[in-house]
Design a protein around this ligand. Structure first.
Ligand SMILES: Nc1ncnc2c1ncn2[C@@H]1O[C@H](COP(=O)(O)OP(=O)(O)OP(=O)(O)O)[C@@H](O)[C@H]1O
Ligand SMILES: [Mg+2]
Length: 220
């Protein structure tokens, strides 16, 4: 379970350009839920997702993953949670364009102690789950937007996280490809994974169990 209590996020704190991007966010997300976070551009969706993913900090409030208070952890423990529990699909994919699909999916596995051959097998399984195994050796730079999105999802699931966070996973895709990507998230959700999708597309949001709307850093 993810629990946020009165979370405030301030960018450039104490400087002239100080900006409060989150102004007291409260919610709970149960294990196995499929949740959409919606809101206008600049509302604070990515900021919120980055805090949920433990890749960004917050100024005040409390964020718990199960019983663990995220704020008190040191870097090593945070990295451990990120690696084991959370799979993140970034808004711009954040893939290494010159690398092949499998090389990208192998990246999060580099921190594990598994043998090289085992890692390849695990990466291929993740690519297979998103139906990209046949293109494993193709450079990411030669893929379509939908294919890149699939590889980004494969990379997010390769460590078998229980939580998957996706920032605008259908933002750059046509309707048909969006539907395919959503089908993939539904399959992962049916396997018991908690999934949180940031989107500005209400049709995508309606396919989730619950919609959390944020506006100007607050829940509405
Ligand atoms: N690193 C940063 N430094 C300063 N301000 C930032 C930073 N990142 C985001 N902001 C500001 O915080 C606000 C929320 O940004 P955020 O990226 O969370 O919005 P968003 O809802 O994801 O928007 P979009 O739909 O365009 O992706 C915006 O006003 C943005 O300008
Ligand atoms: Mg964003």
């Amino acid at each position: 379970m993810l629990t946020l209590k009165n979370i405030h996020k301030i960018y450039n704190k104490g400087k002239a350009n100080e900006f409060e991007a989150l102004k007291g966010i409260d919610f709970k997300i149960d294990d196995g839920e499929l949740v959409a976070i919606i809101g206008k551009s600049g509302a604070g969706k990515s900021t919120l997702l980055h805090i949920l993913a433990c890749i960004d900090s917050y100024e005040s409030g409390e964020y718990h993953i199960d019983d663990t208070l995220v704020k008190k952890l040191n870097e090593r423990k945070l990295a451990d949670i990120r690696n084991r529990k959370i799979g993140m699909v970034m808004q711009d994919f954040a893939l290494v364009e010159d690398f092949s699909c499998i090389e990208n999916v192998l990246l999060p596995l580099d921190f594990s102690h598994k043998k090289g051959a085992d890692k390849k097998e695990i990466a291929m399984k993740a690519l297979k789950a998103v139906e990209m195994d046949s293109m494993a050796k193709k450079p990411v730079s030669k893929l379509s937007g939908g294919q890149k999105q699939r590889v980004a999802i494969a990379r997010a699931i390769v460590n078998k996280p229980s939580i998957i966070l996706a920032d605008e996973p259908t933002g750059a895709l046509d309707t048909k490809t969006s539907a395919e990507i959503m089908k993939l998230f539904h399959t992962l959700n049916n396997q018991g994974k908690t999934i949180i999708i940031v989107t500005h597309d209400l049709e995508i949001a309606k396919q989730c169990d619950r919609i959390i709307e944020i506006s100007d850093g607050k829940i509405v």
